[in-house]
Design a protein around this ligand. Structure first.
Ligand code: FIX
Ligand code: ZN
Length: 441
């Protein structure tokens, strides 16, 4: 073995007891380690114009639309009648020129413009529009994944969306960086209308939740699992979600979702706490948050120890309970700082309490990116906070008398950025991944 390899090995295993050097190494590892983004609304290039990208899409993201109405007196209906270009111009002028872009969603656009070397304080969008128009999309896709250090993203795939179904049914090969997630909200949250939709698609389903209806709905899921090869099944559930309950959702979970999860060895991913349409005038920007019941998830985990569950809650007030629940159930994997929680101050609080209660056995973040370039800011901003939280934990460990090595930091960051997810979605792949990384010199 050459001297440099021996030096590198010893550097990997040297115990880092100097605070500033420890911090530098943690930041370097967190910034370099690729992440699998476990929940996004992005689409692979094969889905054509379903992919959202560029400055006008970034500015008309529903987070910024909600913020616009707090800084201007335009009536929502007048806003909705504007073209996307006009909407983006108004948002840029209001939130970025006439006001300082200090909110997380506004600062995110600044981070993206800066990453591409564009003027972040421009008075208008001419330069940014020219830039994005001039770009080759495939090159931009590669560049965004590289800037965000993202190795793969999980999409949100809706088999009830006709446009999307057409792409899946064409049999097109999907870019390997994009993975599917089978989103089943209509089945769980709107059985009445969804059973009618299934019937119109030729399934012998009625709203009665009969055995035949359940078995036909299962045939529908089996078909889409075979076609999409999803990494998990997912649903967004309201803040008043209960389990058990006496509603259609309870029956669909018990008789359709859980057996499907078990037999296909697919995790069931729940995103809980949204209050849809608290302000309908804001349309997609009008959803709110409500504290939900972590107990519902505990009962699902307790009743189904052979099913793997991933869960994220939208309310800050649910986060500590979720950590405690995850301590009780090894088949529960908490993930992300979702939506209204995806802000440095709250990501910091959640990540610290997760480390304190769960060590490195959690998934710290997902981007929820809807527009391609959001990957850049959502991951650059989160990495900074995750690195800070890890530094603090390693420094406390050092104070207690245990220094860590660079190899241990790399192992820990690989685990939270991809290993924990791989263990959820494909134990075999996770073991292979673990074997590969352990074998690394
Ligand atoms: O249900 C979901 O997947 C939510 O993340 C979205 O509905 C939400 O609009 C969003 O994108 C939040 O970041
Ligand atoms: Zn989402």
């Amino acid at each position: 073995m050459t001297d440099s390899i021996i030096e590198n090995l010893s550097a990997q295993d040297a115990r880092l007891s100097d605070g500033p050097e420890l911090r530098r190494q943690v930041e370097e590892v967190v910034n370099r380690t690729a992440v699998i983004d476990v929940h996004t609304h992005l689409f692979a290039p094969e889905f054509g114009d379903m992919i959202l990208s560029g400055i006008d899409e970034l500015l008309t993201y529903h987070y910024l639309i909600a913020e616009l109405f707090r800084s201007t007196d335009i009536a929502p209906e007048r806003f909705w009648h504007k073209s996307k270009t006009e909407q983006a111009d108004l948002i840029w002028r209001t939130l970025f020129v006439e006001n300082t872009p200090l909110s997380e969603a506004a600062r995110g656009v600044v981070t993206v413009l800066n990453a591409f070397g564009l003027d972040t304080a421009a008075s208008d969008l001419a330069e940014a529009r020219d830039f994005f128009r001039s770009q080759n999309f495939s090159e931009r896709l590669d560049r965004v994944f590289d800037l965000a250090r993202v190795s793969g993203v999980v999409m949100t795939n809706d088999p009830f969306d006709a446009r999307e179904a057409k792409v899946w049914e064409s049999g097109a090969g999907i870019d390997k960086r994009f993975h599917a997630a089978l989103r089943i909200d209509p089945l769980l949250n709107d059985w009445q209308n969804t059973s009618a939709k299934l019937s119109s698609l030729g399934y012998r389903v009625d709203a009665s939740l009969s055995d035949e209806a359940m078995s036909e709905a299962r045939r529908f899921l089996d078909k889409w699992i075979a076609r999409m090869k999803p990494l998990y099944m997912a649903v967004s559930l309201p803040d008043d979600f209960k389990f058990p309950d006496s509603d259609a959702r309870d029956r669909v979970i018990r008789e359709l979702v859980l057996p499907t999860a078990r037999e296909h060895s697919l995790p069931f991913t729940m995103m809980i706490g949204v209050r849809r349409g608290v302000n309908p005038a804001l349309r997609g920007a009008g959803d709110g948050v409500g504290r939900a019941s972590v107990g519902a998830v505990e009962r699902l985990c307790a009743d189904n120890p052979d099913v793997r569950f991933m869960a994220t809650f939208l309310s800050r007030e649910n986060q500590h309970e979720l950590c405690v629940a995850a301590r009780k159930f090894g088949n529960l994997q908490p993930f992300g700082c979702w939506w209204f929680l995806n802000n440095p101050s709250i990501i910091s609080e959640i990540t610290r309490e997760r480390i304190e209660l769960l060590g490195t056995s959690f998934i710290p973040q997902h981007s929820d990116a809807c527009i391609l370039e959001q990957l850049i800011y959502k991951w650059q901003h989160s990495r900074r906070v995750i690195a800070e939280s890890l530094c603090e934990a390693y420094e406390r460990l050092l104070e207690s008398g245990r220094a860590v090595t660079r190899r241990e930091i790399e192992r820990d960051v690989r685990r939270v950025f991809s290993g924990n997810f791989l263990a959820q979605v494909s134990p075999a792949a996770a073991r292979a991944e673990e074997r590969k990384s352990l074998a690394q010199p």
